[in-house]
Design a protein around this ligand. Structure first.
Ligand SMILES: *[C@@H]1O[C@H](CO)[C@@H](O)[C@H](O)[C@H]1NC(C)=O
Ligand SMILES: *[C@@H]1O[C@H](CO)[C@@H](O)[C@H](O)[C@H]1NC(C)=O
Ligand SMILES: *[C@@H]1O[C@H](CO)[C@@H](O)[C@H](O)[C@H]1NC(C)=O
Ligand SMILES: *[C@@H]1O[C@H](CO)[C@@H](O)[C@H](O)[C@H]1NC(C)=O
Ligand SMILES: *[C@@H]1O[C@H](CO)[C@@H](O)[C@H](O)[C@H]1NC(C)=O
Ligand SMILES: *[C@@H]1O[C@H](CO)[C@@H](O)[C@H](O)[C@H]1NC(C)=O
Ligand SMILES: *[C@@H]1O[C@H](CO)[C@@H](O)[C@H](O)[C@H]1NC(C)=O
Ligand SMILES: *[C@@H]1O[C@H](CO)[C@@H](O)[C@H](O)[C@H]1NC(C)=O
Ligand SMILES: *[C@@H]1O[C@H](CO)[C@@H](O)[C@H](O)[C@H]1NC(C)=O
Length: 820
């Protein structure tokens, strides 16, 4: 991980070769280039020449790289056939193909156009494509092109996939290691039988698979300028390619460790930024749960069964599932919908173009061996129907609600009973929602009984509010001997309240784990957070932490009501707030209009109050470490409440030290000293607070911020406008003119002060609070913000000290393990 960080932040590439170019973008007949020469594309973007790898060796390769960035080789000709010294030349052979030979005539590589070319010319295009054509024929008429033989890099305009004209199925193959270009074990391809999906394989074994549709992959979250093109014509071509309008320098790389990355070059920082990473961790691990299984990244990666199926082995859920009721293809069987999933692998399954969901179901019903169906909309093609006949493997729930697809699974009549409507005739259940409702009705009385018993037996749960009459009654009844027991809630109560942590009760997924909504028999609504892991801490210490945290009481903090320890799991029970989190409003074009200027001021001040309380007014000094819009919940009056405070303590982090091995936080909100070096202090929270202030004022997200004119992130954008005296342009246009200009400028000023790169320059929360409250207080001018250039910061690396942590494709908390 340290490599990754240093790569991200310190990778500068200013090594220049002392090679001479032949001052042209092409090699003509009877010309050649030797080891010290190179050719440069017309607009000086790419170079073709020889390089050594490893740097200290004599092994020479012919390759293509961006001019000025020789360390990043995007294509290698003789990757499996290195030249042992600098004796080789690139020239044409008798039939007009390019050959790489040495004086004794040894062939290291050749282009292999099958036709012989009369007047060959090889040209390096500005796209990075080396093309071979006949100089007398049309300029687009390539006899051979390097784009058809990718190495580990997919450049814009290059294609992976199959083409009937050449018969090639292009794929990326990783380098053997970061300094060995020979063909490595990992490849990146798209399947051509079934619905196209990305597949990453190690040798011939699939390691992980992309979503069935590309919006979910590289395009994800980066709508600005990223454009992909899928050709899906089973008789002509099945391919994927992409474009990125914002910069010419971007590349997708299958790296030698098995993850797929997209990088973008930043001229400002002179570095490659990792914009997207995907690997096989957690539920992305191919076929983790076996046939008919489904993976859910709840605690770690948990395998379950699709509806209507049960595990083959209750010891090991990874072995897959079998039907509960084998009566398939009998009267009354039908389909159950599961929503928001990544579809099963469709390799080799039946795909029908331009078929709507009704017809797709009709197709599946026709044949008893059809296991499931689903449809997906593909741009330029329309609705495409898939019928699965062989197996349903590699299904997972998608962490971002709404970004998965629906899958309809064939089940026996008995599995559908509860979903039948009154007329009793429906044999196809569109959805199992109705079933859920039924379950609730039945469950409530049972739950009440359990909780009643729990109360009588003294199995004591909670509610620490002493001020309100109702709650006091509860406390009087329970009266537990030890204080900590007041907070401990039996697992049965939590399970009942959340309907056994049903998926329908899941309201979110934070970096620390999923969150479920629940309702206690008293009617109180709760939010239950399942902690994903607990590190290096004994149970007693943990309980002490919870007690401490639960004693923090402030109107701008979400109340911790209790906890529950069940086997390896730890559950924290909070008050439930109906209005979701700030980000749901702030980054939603419709809802944002509710947030008028005075409301935004209230929210900023409320957050500042809560943070100030944590930093200095509470008995304990608490550093939040993961303050972000998503962690600010809003109550029914839209008053902000900070959630997840004290999580770092509960997780057993070093409480007094100022340095940690484990960086917990969210990119975009983490200050540089923390993200890079693991130093944290109250000033880390001040930085995050500043980011939130700037987001509230502008109505835009720091992470993924895009501006057509520059490469800066939101902080850099604010800073730039501020320096140029155009700070008012930074303010959310949705506010129109309904805000106080003077006040708004003050808020931007304060926000910028909080995000300054050096922690000692940032104000403390108490100063911030004074500045916010006291209009007359003179403000100092901000210095350059930290991380102001990073428009894109890795958003999807999600590793932690437990390796099986799900790598989720959303913007959840990032946990990095610093190798020091
Ligand atoms: C390559 O060609 C150039 C120009 O013809 C020549 O000056 C140079 O010595 C050659 N280098 C080698 C290694 O042959
Ligand atoms: C490369 O090595 C071969 C044999 O090892 C030798 O004959 C040749 O002169 C060398 N060429 C150069 C340019 O060093
Ligand atoms: C040409 O390459 C081959 C294979 O690496 C090597 O055996 C031979 O010595 C080389 N010849 C020269 C003249 O470099
Ligand atoms: C052309 O060369 C590539 C390796 O560069 C090889 O994979 C491919 O099979 C060759 N095609 C033909 C038609 O010889
Ligand atoms: C993968 O390759 C190995 C060894 O080459 C072979 O034994 C195995 O059958 C292959 N598996 C598949 C699925 O092709
Ligand atoms: C595939 O391409 C062929 C030839 O261009 C065309 O005739 C056919 O309609 C295409 N099929 C689809 C499904 O687009
Ligand atoms: C990429 O951009 C070029 C020029 O703007 C356009 O012609 C091409 O269709 C685009 N390709 C993709 C895959 O978007
Ligand atoms: C569970 O089964 C999977 C696949 O059969 C196997 O790889 C794994 O080791 C098993 N785990 C346990 C704990 O037995
Ligand atoms: C049903 O589908 C299977 C698998 O595709 C096929 O072998 C079988 O012939 C089909 N049966 C009918 C009745 O179409």
């Amino acid at each position: 991980m340290e490599n990754c960080l240093s790569f991200l932040f310190f990778f500068t590439l200013i090594l220049l070769f002392s090679q001479k170019s032949i001052a042209d973008d092409r090699i003509k007949q009877h010309q050649s280039i030797n080891d010290t020469q190179l050719i440069v594309s017309a607009a000086q973007i790419f170079e073709l020449g020889f390089f050594n790898e490893p740097k200290a060796s004599n092994l020479r390769y012919l390759g293509i790289w961006y001019k000025g960035i020789p360390d990043v080789v995007v294509w290698v000709a003789n990757r499996d056939n290195p030249i042992l010294n600098s004796s080789a030349t690139l020239t044409f052979n008798g039939d007009g193909n390019l050959v790489l030979i040495n004086q004794s005539g040894f062939h290291f590589w050749s282009s292999n156009s099958t036709r012989s070319i009369q007047n060959p010319i090889a040209q390096l295009l500005d796209t990075g494509n080396l093309v071979l054509r006949d100089s007398n024929s049309g300029s687009e008429n390539y006899e051979w092109q390097s784009f058809d033989y990718p190495s580990d890099t997919l450049l814009p305009g290059m294609k992976v996939g199959w083409d009937s004209k050449t018969g090639l199925n292009r794929k990326l193959t990783s380098w053997r290691s970061p300094n060995n270009p020979s063909s490595g074990e990992f490849s990146f391809s798209i399947n051509t039988d079934g619905l196209p999906q990305f597949l990453v394989s190690k040798r011939n074994k699939t390691l992980y698979r992309g979503w069935p549709w590309y919006d979910h992959d590289f395009g994800q979250g980066y709508g600005n300028g990223f454009d992909y093109n899928l050709v899906f014509n089973t008789s002509m071509e099945i391919s994927f390619s992409y474009n990125y309008s914002a910069t010419s320098r971007t590349r997708i790389v299958m790296d030698s460790s098995g993850s797929i990355n997209r990088y973008v070059w930043s001229d400002v920082g002179e570095e490659w930024r990792n914009e997207f990473t995907f690997n096989g961790a957690g539920c992305n691990d191919y076929d983790l749960c076996g046939d008919f299984g489904i993976c859910d990244a709840v605690v770690t990666s948990t395998c379950g069964c699709l509806d209507g199926f049960k595990p083959i082995s209750t010891q090991n859920f990874s072995n897959g599932c079998v039907r509960k009721d084998q009566n398939i293809c009998k009267v009354g069987d039908g389909f159950k919908r599961i929503s928001n999933v990544k579809w099963p692998d469709s390799t080799g399954e039946l795909v029908k173009m331009k078929l709507g969901v009704q017809d797709c179901r009709g197709e599946c019903l026709k044949n008893c061996s059809c296991l499931a169906y689903g449809t997906v909309g593909i741009p330029k093609i329309g609705s495409v129907c898939v019928n699965w006949f062989h197996k349903l493997i590699d299904v997972r729930y998608v962490p971002d609600v709404g970004s998965g697809d629906d899958l309809f699974i064939r089940v026996a009549a008995s599995e559908l009973k509860s979903a039948q409507s009154d007329d009793g005739k429906r044999n196809v259940a569109e959805s199992d929602d109705e079933k859920r409702n039924v379950a609730v009705v039945v469950a409530v009385p049972i739950v009440s009984v359990i909780i009643f018993l729990a109360l009588v037996v003294g199995g004591c749960f909670l509610i620490r509010r002493r001020a309100n009459g109702n709650d006091e009654v509860v406390i009087a009844v329970v009266e537990p001997p030890i204080q900590e027991n007041k907070l401990e809630m039996p697992i049965g109560v939590v399970e009942a309240a959340t309907e056994n942590f049903s998926f329908s009760n899941k309201i979110g997924e934070g970096g620390f784990g999923p969150v479920y909504k629940g309702k206690l028999p008293s009617g109180q609504e709760i939010a239950v957070k399942k902690l994903a892991e607990r590190s290096g801490q004994g149970l007693q210490e943990f309980k002490n932490e919870v007690i401490f945290i639960s004693q923090l009481q402030h109107r701008n903090l979400v109340k911790l009501l209790g906890y529950c320890i069940h086997q390896e799991e730890i559950l924290l029970i909070y008050e439930y707030l109906p209005n979701k989190s700030l980000d749901c409003f702030l980054f939603d074009d419709q809802r944002r209009s509710i947030l008028k200027w005075p409301k935004r001021i209230d929210i900023i001040i409320g957050i500042a109050r809560g943070l100030l309380y944590l930093h200095q007014d509470s008995r304990l000094r608490i550093i939040h470490r993961d303050l972000k819009a998503a962690n600010i919940l809003l109550d029914s009056e839209m008053k902000p409440k900070i959630s997840d405070f004290g999580m770092a303590r509960i997780f057993g982090e070093d409480q007094t030290e100022t340095k940690t091995r484990r960086v917990v936080g969210t990119y975009g909100y983490m200050p540089p000293e923390y993200a890079i070096d693991g130093f944290f202090s109250v000033k880390s929270d001040v930085f995050s607070f500043g980011v939130v202030v700037l987001e509230i004022v502008s109505g835009r997200k720091n992470k993924g911020f895009f501006h057509p004119e520059h490469q800066l992130n939101l902080l850099g954008h604010a800073w730039k406008l501020w320096k140029e005296g155009r700070a008012l342009e930074f303010i959310d246009i949705m506010l129109e003119d309904e805000y106080d200009k003077h006040e708004a400028l003050r808020y931007i000023n304060i926000g910028l002060l909080c995000v300054q790169s050096r922690p000692e320059e940032r104000p403390t929360m108490s100063t911030v609070f004074s500045m916010l409250e006291n209009e007359k207080m003179q403000l100092i001018l901000p210095q350059r913000p930290g991380f102001y250039e990073e428009r894109f910061i890795v958003s999807d690396i999600h590793s932690s000290s437990s390796d099986h942590h799900a790598s989720s494709i959303n913007n959840v908390t990032v946990t990095l393990l610093q190798g020091r």
